[in-house]
Design a protein around this ligand. Structure first.
Ligand code: NAD
Length: 464
């Protein structure tokens, strides 16, 4: 992917209003691989105006036509899968196999699911003497993070387009090349001018201008809780719809009687994938005291498979690397026991962090409470189910989790008591149609599937 010195606005690649650029760095070798424009409020304004102009016509298209355009977009994503994977590897550092399977693969599934939903969803319902129409909310300001650069974009843009909304996207500054590639795919898919617009730029400049723009009807944000709080306040003050997908600190609860080896191995794999930069990662492993030592030994052995630079990529940038190493130091300071990894950088070049496992973690420790966003697993001990539940629910977050038990019904009963938005039972598979989103401070709103589509719709009821 050759970086473009332009923004995609109103169906054209247009020069930015200002001269500033953002350097894109490959985190594996620390080399600059390109520059993209650093958009300003002026660029955001042009993009929002294009989206507003395109809205009435796009909102009126038949769902079947929108479905056809989204299906065409999915087909372009399939055709350009290798280029997508290479681009994500270059700017995020994900190992090539992971980029192919997950970073390029999942967006194809999600785009495909919305092509189908747009065609089959009922945008009209009857309630007693009323007919309720589900109408698009309007212009969407989408702000995305770098951790799953294409997935985060598709999980917002595909349902917005399916609903009949138009979009202005401000992607993360670390991964703008994937976003440019996506804009090319939108263009190739024949989506009309102005329906999708891209403004690259810095969060506090372009992102803030987008969130606060009066021409935006709904802000959909994925990223940190700190920024999400600000965006929620801005949107609230303007009485605007807002969706927030924020951080997590999910629990992997292993009940006595579960397949311990499988639960520990899958738990470690879940965190090590994407170098721990997954908001829904099960970063706290909860094990019964009778099985604790065995679980710790299994985890220490499991993590040795994750060789740095091969199966585990770097973190996205030097700041994230320093932050995660700081958390590991804090864990040691507070008395957690390192059984694998540690704060030292494992390679001289690249923003790598050693895959790390902490034992003897107590629920009050910083590493058990705060989102680390790196390849770090904390193993905690519980004496009975009530304690396991208290610990699992004992953070400000509630995004995801896992429960393992000998009996599925036992795992389900535990999962129903967890304050969290998604739980995998005995290693349940990813479902691109299942609603994804948080309880508590993990966010507001849901993405994916029909629940994700409804975020972009508002109701109008006619009484007869
Ligand atoms: P971040 O909040 O700093 O940035 C996310 C996006 O917001 C970027 O596009 C950024 O440019 C923009 N932004 C930053 N400041 C802004 C402002 N003042 N106004 C408007 N936009 C602004 O987060 P990050 O460091 O890029 O991502 C890591 C965090 O995101 C982690 O905490 C992680 O848990 C969270 N995350 C959550 C999910 C989820 O689905 N719940 C998914 C991915 C990441």
């Amino acid at each position: 992917m050759k970086p473009r010195d332009a923004m995609y606005i109103d169906g054209q690649w247009q020069k930015a209003a200002g001269q500033d650029t953002i350097a894109v760095v490959n985190p594996a070798d620390e080399q600059v691989i390109g520059h993209v424009p650093a958009g300003t409020a002026q660029d955001v304004d042009a993009a929002v105006r294009a989206a507003r102009d395109a809205f009435p016509r796009w909102a009126r298209t038949l769902p079947a036509e929108r479905a056809a355009r989204i299906a065409a977009l999915r087909d372009v994503l399939v055709a350009r899968k290798d280029e997508i994977a290479e681009t994500v590897t270059a700017e995020l550092g994900a190992p090539p196999a992971f980029s192919q399977a997950v970073h390029a693969g999942v967006p194809v599934l999600v785009a495909g699911s919305y092509a189908e939903l747009a065609a089959t969803y009922s945008f009209e319902e009857k309630i007693g003497n009323s007919t309720v129409f589900l109408e698009p909310v309007g212009v969407v300001g989408a702000i995305t993070p770098w951790n799953y650069p294409l997935h985060q974009i598709v999980a917002k843009v595909a349902p917005a387009l399916a609903a009949g909304c138009t979009v202005v996207l401000k992607p993360a500054e670390d991964t703008p090349l994937t976003a440019q590639l996506f804009a090319e795919a939108v263009d190739e898919a024949g989506i009309p001018a102005g329906v999708f617009n891209l403004v690259t730029g810095l969060g506090p400049v372009a992102g803030q201008a987008l969130a606060g723009h009066e021409g935006v009807d709904l802000v959909s944000f994925t990223g940190s809780t700190a920024v999400g709080r600000k965006i929620g306040a801005t949107a609230g003050a303007a009485v605007k719809r807002v969706a927030l997908e924020l951080g997590g600190k999910s629990a992997n609860v292993i009940l006595p009687g579960a397949d311990l080896a499988k639960a520990v191995n899958v738990g470690i794999a879940n965190v090590m994938g994407n170098s721990g930069q997954t908001c829904s990662a099960w970063t706290r492993m909860l094990v019964h005291e009778d099985q604790y030592d065995e679980a710790v030994a299994t985890a220490a052995a499991a993590v040795t498979k994750y060789t740095v630079g091969d199966r585990v990529g770097p973190l996205v940038n030097a700041k994230q690397q320093a932050r995660v190493r700081g958390y590991i130091e804090k864990g040691v300071e507070e008395g957690a026991r390192l059984v694998a990894g540690g704060p030292e950088a494992p390679l001289d070049t690249g923003y790598y962090v050693a895959p790390t496992v902490f034992a003897d973690v107590t629920p009050d420790m910083t590493v058990a409470q705060e989102e680390i966003f790196g390849p770090v697993v904390c193993i905690l001990k519980y004496a009975d189910e009530d304690e396991a539940l208290r610990v699992a629910n004992g953070t400000v977050y509630g995004l995801a989790g896992a429960v393992w038990a000998a009996d599925e019904a036992e795992a389900v009963a535990f999962a129903r008591r967890m304050d969290t938005g998604q739980v995998d039972i005995n290693g349940g598979r990813f479902n691109p149609l299942a609603p994804f989103g948080g309880y508590k401070q993990s966010g507001v709103g849901r993405e994916l599937g029909p629940h994700g589509l409804s975020e972009y719709l508002q109701t109008k009821s006619l009484q007869f």
